[in-house]
Design a protein around this ligand. Structure first.
Ligand code: GFP
Length: 835
C-alpha cells in the first residue's frame, strides 16, 4: 500500500514507535516542544498533556488511513446524530485500544512518574447528562471496534454538565471548564467550517426551467467550526471520527456595524453566535420557550447534513444517493429537525421534487426513543419555531398535510385520531411535536429494552404503531466492556483473561467459559480477592476525600445514577432509616454491616431531586455519628459523579440498586456495568433489568416490587399511599422520624415537600413498593453472610453478561436498521502494536 507518512521520516519514528524506549523519548520530546516545559518546571498537567500527545500521535496513522479508505472506497456509512456524547476520559481508553497500556506504564515509571496520576489528571468531556449521552459514547466505541464506517456528529459545548459540590448537604453547581487547559484529543478544522442560517422569511421564484421554487432569506448566519476527535476501535485499525460543532460569528467583525462606528454592537453579534454552543442543557427541565436549545439542535443538525453531502462530493457521489450512502440514527428527538432540514436541502438547494426528496429522507433516518416520561417529549411553540426556521415550518406543514391524508385513508372518519397524530398540537397554544416528526420521517423506530419497546407501542406511540407496525423494533442497550471492565477493573480483567484468554474483550459471550471454573475454589477465592482489593481502594479514596472510614468487608450497596424521583433514591433512603431504626430499638441486633454509597447529579431546576440529595446527606450525618450504630451502617454521598468516578464505583459494588418504578426506566445501562463487574442486582421488573435477570437467572438476582402492569392497575383503582403508611409500622416510623425533624436537627419542615409528595400523591409508588423492597433487602443481607454462595452468584453475573456488550447492540442495529457492512483498514506494519 502507499505510505502516507512522508518518506524522509524514519520508520521507528518518535510519533509511531510502540516500544518503551521510543515512548520515553517521544514523551520527553512532546513535553519540550509541545508543552514547552522541562521536567524541573513541568506540572502534572504538562506530563499528562505530553503523554496524551504521544498517544494521539499513535492514533493518527490509523485515523488518516481510515479517512483515506473512506474517501477512496466511499462505503455506506452510519451517522450517529446525538446532542450528547458523554465520552469520559480518553487517555486510558486509547492506551487500551492501542494495546499500549503496559508499555506506557513502564515508560512512565522509568521516567520516575506514575501512570495512574497522569490518568487522573484528565478533565473529562462531560458533554452529556446521563444514560443517553453515555450510550452514544459506547456505540461509537463499538462501531469502530466492529470496523464499521461511521461518523458521530454532535455539539462541542464549551461548558459540559456542571461540576457538583455539596455544601451543607445541598448540591451546588459549578461551571464545568473542561477546556481551560486545552484538549489534546481534538483537532480543529476551521477550513471545513460551514454556514447555518436562522430567521428571516421565504420567497418564491421560478427557476430557469420554469419551476416554482422557494428561497429562504435568513436574518442571520452563524458559522459552524468542526472539531474532530479520533475514536479508535479496540485492537482494530479503524479510527472513526467524532465531529463536534462549535458556533462562531461568520466574520470576527460585522464590518457594516464596525464602519458605522458600532464596534460594541459588532462584538455583541459575535458573542451572540457563540452562545449557541456555550452550554449543555440539563435534563428534567422544561425547554418550552428556550429558543437557544432549538438553535443548538438546528445548528448541529444543519452543519452535519451539509458536511455529509460535502463528503459525498469528495467521494464523487451525487446527492440523490444520500440514503444509499448514509444510515442516520436520531438519538432521541433532539436531532429530529434533521427530517425537515434534509427535505429543505433536497428541495430548495438541489431542486428535487417532493416525492423523490421524501423517499430519500425517510430511507435515511431511523429514530431511537429513550423515555416514556411525557415531560421529556420535546415540543416547540409554533410561533417561536416559525420565527427561527420559517422554511422548515412550511415543510413541516406539508409533511403533516400529506401524512394526515394517509391517516384519513387508513382510518376514515376518525377525527380524534387525526388530532392526536398531527405534528402540530392544536389543543391550546400551538406546538410542534418532535416525536411525531421523528416517527413520520423515519423508516425504523426503536425502544432501548424489550419492555420499553413494548410499552412504546402500547402507550405514547400507539397511534403510530397502528399506522406503521412494520417500523417498530427493539434494540436493547449495551455498554462497552473495554471501558467498563478492562480499563476500570484491570484486576478482574486479568483474572478472566488468565483463565479463558482475552477473546472475551471483543466477544463478550466468551465470558460463559467462566462457568467451567465455578467449582474451582481457587478461582472463587481469587475472584473474591479481586472484589475485596477494589473495595479497599475505594474505601481508601473515600477516607482521603471525605474523612469517612468505611469497612471494606461490609456490604457495598451502591446507587449511582442521575437523581430523579422515578429512580427512587428516596426508597433506598427509607430502607436505610428502617435499618437505623431497628438498630436503635435493639442496639445488639445482628445485622449485616453495610455501606450505602450514592452518586448522581440533580438537574439544577429540579427541586425535589435536590431535596433528595439533602435527605441522603442528612441521614448520613445522623447514622455515621451515632455511637449505637458502631460502624455497622455507613452512608456516603459521593460528590460529582461522572464517568471517571463511575469507573471506580462499578467494580467496588456488591449490590447494585436498580429500583425504578416499573415502566419508568426505559433501559438503564448502569445496571449492566455493575453486573459485569460482579455486583448482584436488587431491582424491579423494569427496563433492561428484566433481560439481565433472564440472562443471569432468577436465583442470582434480587427481585422486588410491582410490575409495570400492576403499577397501572393500582393507579387506575385509586392508589392511596396513606393506607400503606398506616398499615406498616416500620414505614410509619421512618416517615414520622423524618417528619419530626429527627434527621434535620429538629427542622420538621425541611423534608415536608418530599413527605407531602409521598403521602398525598406518590406518583412513583414508593410507599406501595416499600414493604417488598425492605423484605428483599433482608434477603440480600442474609445472602451476603454466606460469602461463598455470594461469590458464586457474583461470578455467574459476570459470566452471563455477554448479551449486554454494546457490540451486540450495534450488530442488531446493523442487521435490523442500518445494513452497513464492515470495511477493513490497512495500516503500515511498523505502526502495529506489540504490547
Ligand atoms: C435514558 C433512559 C435510560 C436509558 C438511556 C439510554 O437515560 O433508561 O438507559 O436513556 O438509552 F432513561 P437518561 O439519558 O435519561 O439518563
Amino acid at each position: 500500500m502507499v505510505n502516507i507518512v512522508p518518506n524522509n521520516i524514519q520508520l521507528e519514528d518518535d510519533r509511531t514507535g510502540m516500544t518503551v524506549s521510543i515512548l520515553k523519548r517521544a514523551f520527553l520530546d512532546n513535553l519540550f516542544y509541545v508543552q514547552a516545559k522541562f521536567p524541573k518546571i513541568a506540572t502534572k498537567n504538562d506530563y499528562y498533556m505530553a503523554l496524551a500527545y504521544t498517544v494521539r500521535d499513535r492514533l493518527v496513522n490509523r485515523w488518516l488511513n481510515t479517512e483515506r479508505t473512506y474517501i477512496e472506497k466511499a462505503p455506506r456509512t452510519v451517522v450517529y446524530l446525538s446532542a450528547e456524547f458523554l465520552l469520559g476520559p480518553h487517555l486510558g481508553n486509547n492506551l487500551i485500544s492501542l494495546g499500549l497500556y503496559n508499555v506506557a506504564k513502564q515508560a512512565i515509571e522509568e521516567l520516575g512518574l506514575n501512570l495512574a496520576d497522569l490518568l487522573e489528571q484528565e478533565e473529562e468531556p462531560g458533554l452529556g447528562n446521563g444514560g443517553l449521552g453515555r450510550l452514544a459514547a459506547c456505540y461509537i466505541d463499538s462501531l469502530a471496534t466492529l470496523e464499521i464506517p461511521a461518523i458521530g456528529y454532535g455539539i462541542r459545548y464549551e461548558y459540559g454538565i456542571f461540576d457538583q459540590q455539596i455544601k451543607d448537604g445541598w448540591q451546588v453547581e459549578i461551571t464545568d471548564k473542561w477546556l481551560q487547559y486545552g484538549n489534546p484529543w481534538e483537532v480543529a478544522r476551521p477550513e471545513a467550517s460551514l454556514e447555518v442560517k436562522f430567521g428571516g422569511h421565504t420567497e418564491t421564484y421560478t427557476d430557469e426551467f420554469d419551476r416554482y421554487r422557494v428561497r429562504w432569506v435568513p436574518y442571520k448566519v452563524v458559522k459552524g467550526v468542526p472539531y474532530d476527535t479520533p475514536i479508535l476501535g479496540f485492537q482494530a485499525n479503524t479510527a472513526n471520527t467524532l465531529r463536534l460543532w462549535k458556533a462562531e460569528a461568520p466574520e470576527s467583525f460585522d464590518f457594516e456595524a464596525f464602519n458605522k462606528g458600532d464596534y460594541f454592537g459588532a462584538v455583541h453579534e459575535k458573542s451572540d453566535s457563540e452562545n449557541i454552543t456555550k452550554v449543555l442543557y440539563p435534563n428534567d427541565e422544561s425547554y418550552q420557550g428556550k429558543q437557544l436549545r432549538l438553535e443548538q439542535q438546528y445548528f448541529f443538525v444543519s452543519c452535519s447534513l451539509q458536511d455529509a453531502i460535502r463528503l459525498m462530493k469528495l467521494q464523487n457521489l451525487a446527492p440523490e444517493r444520500f440514503h444509499e450512502q448514509y444510515a442516520i440514527q436520531l438519538n432521541d428527538t433532539h436531532p429530529t429537525i434533521a427530517v425537515a432540514a434534509l427535505m429543505r436541502l433536497l428541495l430548495d438547494e438541489y431542486g428535487f421534487d417532493w416525492d423523490r426528496a421524501w423517499n430519500i429522507t425517510t430511507n435515511t433516518f431511523a429514530y431511537t426513543n429513550h423515555t416514556l416520561l411525557p415531560e421529556a417529549l420535546e415540543r416547540w411553540p409554533l410561533e417561536m419555531f416559525g420565527n427561527l426556521l420559517p422554511r422548515h415550518l412550511e415543510i413541516i406543514y406539508e409533511i403533516n398535510r400529506r401524512f394526515l391524508d394517509r391517516v384519513r385513508i387508513k382510518f376514515p372518519d376518525e377525527i380524534d385520531r387525526l388530532r392526536r397524530m398531527s405534528i402540530i398540537d392544536e389543543s391550546g397554544e400551538r406546538y410542534i411535536r418532535m416525536a411525531h416528526l421523528a416517527c413520520i420521517g423515519s423508516h425504523a423506530i426503536n425502544g432501548v429494552a424489550e419492555l420499553h419497546s413494548e410499552l412504546l407501542k402500547k402507550t405514547i406511540l400507539h397511534d403510530f404503531y397502528e399506522m406503521y407496525p412494520e417500523k417498530f423494533t427493539n434494540v436493547t442497550n449495551g455498554v462497552t466492556p473495554r471501558r467498563f471492565i478492562v480499563l476500570s477493573n484491570p484486576r478482574l480483567a486479568n483474572l478472566i483473561t488468565d483463565r479463558i484468554g482475552d477473546g472475551w474483550i471483543k466477544n463478550l459471550d466468551e465470558l460463559r467459559k467462566l462457568e467451567n471454573f465455578i467449582e474451582d475454589s481457587g478461582f472463587r477465592q481469587e475472584f473474591a480477592g479481586v472484589k475485596r482489593a477494589v473495595k479497599r481502594d475505594l474505601a481508601e479514596q473515600i477516607r482521603d476525600n471525605y474523612g469517612i472510614d468505611i469497612d471494606p468487608d461490609s456490604l457495598f450497596d451502591i446507587q449511582a445514577k442521575r437523581i430523579h424521583e422515578y429512580k427512587r433514591q428516596h426508597l433506598n433512603a427509607l430502607h436505610i432509616i428502617t435499618l437505623y431504626n431497628r438498630l436503635k430499638a435493639d442496639p445488639n441486633l445482628d445485622i449485616t454491616p453495610r455501606t450505602f454509597l450514592f452518586g448522581g447529579k440533580a438537574a439544577p431546576g429540579y427541586y425535589m431531586a435536590k431535596l433528595i440529595i439533602k435527605l441522603i446527606n442528612s441521614i448520613a450525618d445522623v447514622v455515621n455519628h451515632d455511637p449505637d450504630i458502631r460502624g455497622r451502617l455507613k452512608v456516603v454521598f459521593l460528590k460529582d459523579y461522572n464517568v471517571k468516578f463511575a469507573q471506580r464505583i462499578y467494580p467496588a459494588a456488591d449490590l447494585s440498586e436498580q429500583i425504578s418504578t416499573a415502566g419508568k426506566e426505559a433501559s438503564g445501562t448502569g445496571n449492566m456495568k455493575f453486573s459485569m463487574n460482579g455486583a448482584l442486582t436488587i431491582g424491579t421488573l423494569d427496563g433492561a433489568n428484566i433481560e439481565i435477570r433472564e440472562e443471569v437467572g432468577a436465583e442470582n438476582f434480587f427481585l422486588f416490587g410491582l410490575t409495570a402492569e400492576q403499577v397501572l392497575a393500582l393507579k387506575a383503582s385509586g392508589y392511596n399511599p396513606r393506607d400503606y403508611y398506616e398499615s406498616n409500622p416500620e414505614l410509619k416510623l421512618a416517615i414520622d422520624r423524618l417528619d419530626s425533624g429527627f434527621f434535620s436537627r429538629g427542622d420538621g419542615d425541611l423534608f415536608r415537600p418530599l413527605l407531602d409528595a409521598l403521602m398525598y400523591q406518590d406518583d412513583y409508588l414508593v410507599l406501595a413498593d416499600y414493604a417488598s423492597y425492605v423484605e428483599c433487602q433482608d434477603r440480600v443481607g442474609q445472602a451476603y453472610r454466606d460469602s461463598d454462595r455470594w461469590t458464586r452468584m457474583s461470578i455467574l453475573n459476570v459470566d452471563r453478561m455477554g448479551k449486554f456488550s454494546s457490540d451486540r447492540s450495534i450488530r442488531e442495529y446493523l442487521q435490523k436498521i442500518w445494513k452497513v457492512p464492515p470495511v477493513e483498514i490497512q495500516v503500515p506494519e511498523y505502526t502495529q502494536s506489540n504490547g
